[in-house]
Design a protein around this ligand. Sequence first.
Ligand code: DX5
Ligand code: ZN
Length: 220
Amino acid sequence: MKRIIAPSLLSANLAFLYRDIKMLNESEADWYHIDIMDSSFVSNISFGSSFVKSVKKYANKNKSMDVHLMIMQPERYIEQFKVCGADHLHIHYEACIHLNRTIFSIKESGMKVGIAVNPHTPVYLLQDIIQDIDFVLLMSVNPGFSGQKFIKKTYQKLEDTKDLILKKHSSALIEVDGGVNLENASLLFKNGADILVAGTTIFSNENPQKMIHRMKFGKT
Ligand code: DX5
Ligand code: ZN
């Protein structure tokens, strides 16, 4: 089990984006999580690929750009996000008709691929693609907004995902996204999460770097 922290820039102060990127560069955070929303798959609009390009320009080159596409037909934008600097591309199970083809297109472009599942989507639906992907992104809120309450059913889904990975001899890592805070972070890591995404918990704290440290290593 890894203990990777991926702060979500959806909660950054966009008027001071460079300051927040610099703060993350100098922190113990491992990745930059960037949420792309199209107002169709989710009822919100966020950033496009140019945002990824801007963050990449000032980001620590040792930390990955973890891009979460909450958009319909994500296959239309694979090349665009690759060119703009994405290292990982997460697409939603619910947004893709030809999931197998899209997974392989992402891999062929040289990025790692994650499949995100909404809270209502059972993870057994990933059984025929689990060996082909790098990450399972478990949504622990209904996607679209930061600052929502963690859905406790996620603990059961974490179990189900671990079982599926084991059964299918997959090397996929498990990422949990939404409502992650200092209270549930250690339990999620203990229960098999490899990566935690957090927006509000990190950026609304008066000392975000300390919060990242505490989420990663426990409360002390
Ligand atoms: C939700 C996004 C999350 C969000 C997390 O649709 O995918 O990445 O930014 O924000 P918090 O941590 O505030 O729930
Ligand atoms: Zn996300």
